[in-house]
Design a protein around this ligand. Structure first.
Ligand SMILES: C[S@@+](CC[C@H](N)C(=O)[O-])C[C@H]1O[C@@H](n2cnc3c(N)ncnc32)[C@H](O)[C@@H]1O
Length: 477
């Protein structure tokens, strides 16, 4: 989520931005063991047990910070792994935790000798943070972060698609996540190659660290770090909070007080799992960067690619026209800019159709059949705000053809998604191993979410085409 400003964003009162021992020292009132009342998500998932492995975590972190971090939250286990639970009544607007920057892990924490080796601009901040995790992990109990590092999930609990087998990945080959996963793995491999000199120079710190270890560390960063104006950082304790797609609580950064904090967006009873929003992420992002999906994600979207075919004799002219009149850059849910032939269809909100202007403009250009039609588009752009084919074409017949072409492209994608989803059923086959069943379920969530978005775009296009058809019919009378 990192380089893409995920858990990394926010919007807030503060600065604005974008994840053992057994003595029960816990600040968890014993009465809660008896009076847990679960509701909402935690109830639905039937959860919360005390996390004894983490009993000493909060006292350790508070001691390290020299400050109280939270008096209303306790660490427990939920269906989503570790999580934070209300240990007292929490009311909307309460500040539930404050984590000083001094106990956050940022690339600046790298040992100076390693920092110098990693100064190469090609090595991203995610990889640098990953290196810190690897160094600290290697130091074991000698590490000042041992309490934290030993609480981080191990391989078996990680389900990002970068860890999926080829067979598992094939389940989602209809989704852009497939290619994004391939690309992400290439990036990680390149970064691993780039950090190799550091690994080799300090065998005492990095001996026997494999690409798989590096990938896990990389994933831990993408799934648990936040980006703020001060850069990327892992925020212990805060990163035990799980994601709720409709929560309005986000992690806030107070530059003056040099701390991160979270404000409750609703009331919680003791024992309830306290959730935050990592960002308005579609399942595609949740799956790749965090290794989970939501069964129904209101932020779902579909990335589609459309090209001007090589056999189109107007191809060069069309490309030139599109380059001269670029549409506003398409951004995906996490603010990543998409290339000119990639378009994002979103879940429609309110009256919105979810289809981006840029895609409709592209379709209008694509459907031009003569140089004259193309120069009409250029003229129209010059007469308005300079954007190409932003408004409906004056010629309803051409407008109809462009949207009909879009409709048939989307219909084709729907058929492919539909077929892929059918192959996934039944999702919970008794003989399937847990990991595979879980990943199939996530593939199912991803593809059904994308299909839902495609269907709503298709419905809008059908209606629009029907209106255009009747206009053409009237004009012909
Ligand atoms: C920032 S960490 C949260 C703490 C984490 N549960 C743990 O055990 O340390 C993010 C990870 O929690 C899990 N997670 C968070 N929200 C989830 C959700 N709504 N559904 C399923 N898994 C979730 C995913 O494994 C994700 O990679």
């Amino acid at each position: 989520m990192i380089s893409r400003t995920p858990m990394l964003q926010g919007g807030s009162r503060l600065s604005k931005h974008w994840r053992s021992p057994s003595t029960p020292l816990f600040n968890f009132p014993h009465r809660l063991l008896i009076i847990f009342k679960f509701s909402s998500l935690s109830q639905a998932k039937g959860l919360n047990s005390l996390d004894e492995e983490c009993d000493e975590f909060l006292p350790w972190l508070e001691q390290k910070a020299g400050a109280k971090i939270s008096s209303v939250l306790s660490i427990g286990k939920s269906a989503y792994g570790r999580s934070l639970f209300a240990s007292e009544i929490i009311r909307t607007g309460d500040c539930i935790l404050k984590v000083p920057y001094s106990v956050q892990i940022a690339p600046g924490n790298l040992l100076p000798k390693i920092k110098a080796l990693l100064s190469d601009k090609k090595i991203g901040t995610v990889s640098k943070l990953a290196m810190i995790l690897l160094v600290e992990q290697k130091r074991g109990q000698d590490s000042e972060w041992d309490h934290y590092i030993s609480c981080l999930p191990q391989h078996g609990y990680i389900h990002s698609t970068i860890f999926w087998s080829e067979y598992e990945l094939d389940l989602i080959c209809q989704s852009s996540v497939y290619q994004e996963t391939v690309d992400q793995k290439v990036t990680i491999e390149k970064d691993f190659a780039a950090v190799m000199p550091a690994l080799e120079q300090f065998p005492e710190l990095f001996e026997s660290i494999t690409l798989k270890d590096f990938m896990r560390a990389y994933f831990l960063v993408t799934s648990r770090a936040w980006e703020s104006t001060k850069g990327l950082s892992l925020i212990p304790f805060t990163d035990f909070m799980n994601h709720d797609g409709v929560s309005n609580s986000i992690v806030l950064f107070d530059e003056d007080k040099k701390l991160s904090e979270v404000i409750a967006d609703r009331n919680y009873s003791p024992g309830e799992e306290v959730l935050i929003s990592y960002g308005k992420f579609p399942n595609a992002t949740l799956l790749l960067d965090f290794g989970f999906t939501l069964p129904y994600n209101i932020h779902d979207q579909v990335k589609i690619h459309m090209n001007i075919p090589y056999h189109d004799i107007l191809r060069e002219m069309k490309l030139e026209l599109l380059q001269q009149h670029p549409s506003p850059t398409t951004k995906d849910a996490i603010g990543f800019s998409c290339s000119e032939d990639t378009f994002i269809i979103k879940s429609p909100k309110g009256k919105g159709k979810g289809l981006p202007q840029s895609l409709r403009a592209f379709a209008r250009v694509l459907c031009c059949t003569s140089p004259q039609e193309l120069s009409d588009l250029a003229m129209e752009a010059a007469q308005t705000d300079g954007r190409l084919a932003r408004r409906p074409l004056k010629d309803s017949r051409r407008e109809f053809q462009a949207h009909q072409m879009l409709l048939s492209h989307i219909t084709h994608l729907m058929q492919q998604h539909d077929a892929a989803i059918k192959l996934l059923a039944p999702v919970n086959f008794p003989s399937m191993c847990d990991t595979f069943a879980h990943r199939r379920q996530m593939a199912h969530d991803l593809l059904t979410g994308e299909l839902r978005v495609l269907k709503s775009a298709s419905t809008w296009l059908k209606n629009y085409c029907a209106v255009l058809q009747s206009t053409i019919h009237c004009q012909n009378l």
